[in-house]
Design a protein around this ligand. Structure first.
Ligand SMILES: [Zn+2]
Length: 113
C-alpha cells in the first residue's frame, strides 16, 4: 500500500513545479521506477486518478520507465540483471555483489501546457 504515499508526494511535487512554471494543466508525467522498489505502475495510476481530481494534474498521462535490478560483481567486475532471490554472479558464482540500479523512484520530467 505504499503506492498511496508515493503517489501523494509525487503529485505534490508535480503541482509545485506546475505552479512555478505558471502552467494551468499537466499533460504528461514521466516517472522512473526501479524494480526493487516494488512499486506497481498500475497502482500509482489508480491513486493518481483519485488524488489528482480537481487539481491541474487531473487527466494527465503517466508514463513509466521501469529500471531492472542491476548488480555489479565485485569479484569479476561484470554487470548483470539480478533475479529475485538469486544473489550470485552468473559469471563467477560470487556472492560479493552490489546493487547499482533498481532503487530508482523519481519524477523524470513533467510536460505542462
Ligand atoms: Zn562475478
Amino acid at each position: 500500500m505504499h503506492e498511496l504515499a508515493i503517489t501523494q508526494s509525487m503529485l505534490d511535487l508535480v503541482l509545485e513545479q506546475t505552479e512555478k512554471a505558471g502552467a494551468k494543466e499537466v499533460g504528461k508525467i514521466n516517472l522512473v521506477i526501479g524494480e526493487m522498489t516494488g512499486v506497481v505502475g498500475q497502482c500509482v495510476q489508480f491513486y493518481f486518478d483519485f488524488l489528482s481530481k480537481g487539481t491541474p494534474a487531473e487527466g494527465a498521462a503517466l508514463s513509466f520507465t521501469m529500471v531492472p535490478t542491476t548488480a555489479r560483481c565485485r569479484g569479476c567486475d561484470r554487470y548483470f540483471e539480478l533475479r529475485e532471490f538469486d544473489w550470485t554472479c552468473p559469471y563467477c558464482q560470487s556472492n560479493n555483489i552490489e546493487i547499482v540500479a533498481g532503487k530508482e523512484l523519481f519524477v523524470e520530467s513533467i510536460e505542462v501546457e
